[in-house]
Structures are given as C-alpha cells and as structure tokens.
Design a protein around this ligand. Structure first.
Ligand SMILES: [Zn+2]
Length: 295
C-alpha cells in the first residue's frame, strides 16, 4: 500500500456523526463528476474503498442506489457510479455557476462540515506524498470537471491552491509542509498529521545540522588559508635570509608558527613563552606578512 492509500484508508474509516457532515462529505465525493447526460451523472473513482463509501452515501443521501461499472486492468481499475437524482443534479448545476459558494450550496451547518467536504474531495481526487520524501498534496480533477467551486472552497478555507495542467485534467496542489499538514488535519487524518509533523521536525534538525557543519567547515577553511599565507611569508623571509634581521618578538612568533603549521590561533597563543595575547599574536602575524610583501 502506498502512503496515499494509507491516508485514504484512514479517511474512509472516520465515522460520520451528523447529517450535515454526511451531506458535506457526499458533496465532496461528487467533486469530480465526469459526465452529466440528461440528469444522469457519472462519477469515477480509482479506489474500491472510496467507491464503496460513495455508493453507500449517495444511496442514503438521495434515496437511490447508484449503478456501479468496473473497468480497467488490475492495479488501474476504475469504478464508475452512475445515478440520477433531481436534488443532486440541482446541486451539481449550482456548483458550476460563476462565484459558486460551496459552503452555502451544500449548507454547512457545524464546525466539522468544512472538514467533511474536504475529506470527500480528497477521497475523490486527492493524493499525497510520503512526507519523509516530499511535501505534496494534490487534487487531480479530470477534464470537464469545473474547478472554480473547489478552488473557491479551498481559498475561502485559507489555502488557495496552485494549479497545473496535467495529462487528462488539472491538478490543484500544495508543496509546503504547513499547508499539507493543515489540510490533511482538516480532512481528519490525525495519524497522518503526526507523521507529517515528525518529518518536518526531522527536516529542521537535519537542516540545522547541515548549517552547523557548513559553518565549522568554513571556519576551518579560513584558518587553513590564513595559516598557509603565514607559512608562505615565513618561508619567503627565511629564503631571503631576512628572518634573523627581524625584531626578537617577530622572530619568536615566526618560528612558533613555522614549527606548528596546523595550529589554530588559540594554540599558537599557548605555545608562546613568555605568554602573549591573541591580539598581540595577530599583530605579529600581520607584521610578518607585511615584511614578506616588502621582499
Ligand atoms: Zn456538520
């Protein structure tokens, strides 16, 4: 089972407590009615569990058992439900009107209705990636399905989707962990929400670790390149026979650095006898670079 299958199974198993939420869930499941000839509607599902939930809900909501036709090969089966109901047809037409307001058309009447509608729409057309791989939630609506009402619903819920043309339809999608987490939570898949939260935390930790490692690497690089320049300067001074002519303090520092090419500044400070401050050391190293430049 894919990750999205697990999410679908979780969503299908959520009990529906109120008639208003059942109405909203049913309307969501009808988000991708493919054809409507006369007053006969056909809606296609790709998953048996979803088709069976829709059959049950449509029968309860509109008092008629839809006809089921199964096509396709195993692994890519299609479950087409065909039914006719004047009330359902009326709702279908209103959903396609410009500026259709899902909340008003379906008649949301409790706090859970919005989530129930989203759950239906996700079951009908949605997919979600394993959050450990990538954050991606998408509703894929086949050609011929009016997307405006669904886009309006998602935007009014605070999550305007991005849309993309796909083979055979339009995808409404989200790629940020926050939206994916919120929408899955709103649809009611709490178990999946925990998985998304966990993977977001893991990602944050990994990013911070990478940042820290990069920072350490950069510091090491800086130290090495400074030490290399100092070693080159000291070598040049030695080869030119200028080292002995330098003041005692500079000569001591040059020799300490020469004998400890890998030492950090703090280590060089501790290697000086008599003791020296870090700024004093910096000053001397800078002076050595200048002396070498004059050669
Ligand atoms: Zn409700």
């Amino acid at each position: 089972m894919s990750f999205a299958d697990d999410v679908r199974a979780e969503l299908c198993a959520i009990p529906i407590k109120k008639p208003c939420c059942r109405r909203a869930l049913t309307a969501g499941l009808l988000s991708c009615v493919r054809t409507c000839e006369g007053k006969q509607m056909t809606v296609r599902y790709k998953h048996e569990a979803v088709a069976s939930l829709a059959m049950d809900l449509l029968a309860r909501q509109y008092g008629k058992q839809p006809a089921l036709a199964i096509s396709g090969a195993s692994g890519h089966r299609y479950y087409d439900l065909t039914f006719s109901s004047p009330a359902c047809y009326k709702q279908y037409l209103r959903m396609r009107e410009a500026g259709a307001d899902v909340e008003e058309i379906v008649g949301f009447s409790c706090d859970a209705c919005r989530g129930a509608f989203l759950r239906g729409a996700f079951l009908a057309a949605g997919t979600v990636n394993d959050p450990h791989k990538a954050f991606h939630l998408e509703l894929l609506l086949p050609d011929g399905v009016d997307t405006a009402a669904l886009i309006g619903f998602l935007s009014a819920s605070g999550y305007p989707p991005r849309s993309v043309k796909r083979a055979g339809g339009v995808g409404l999608y989200y790629k940020d962990g926050g939206s994916v987490e919120d929408l899955i939570g709103m649809a009611g898949a709490q178990h999946t929400v925990f998985e998304i939260i966990n993977s977001r935390i893991e990602r944050d930790i990994r990013n911070n670790e990478n940042r820290a490692t990069n920072c350490v690497a950069k510091n090491i690089e800086k130290t090495i390149s400074a030490a290399t320049r100092q070693m080159e300067a000291i070598n040049a001074l030695m080869e030119a026979g200028k080292l002995d002519a330098l003041p005692e303090a500079l000569r001591v520092t040059a020799l300490v650095r020469y004998r400890n090419p890998d030492a950090t500044l703090d280590e060089l400070v501790r290697l000086h006898e008599p003791p020296i401050s870090k700024s004093g050391l910096n000053h001397r190293l800078k002076k050595l670079l200048e002396e070498a430049e004059e050669l």
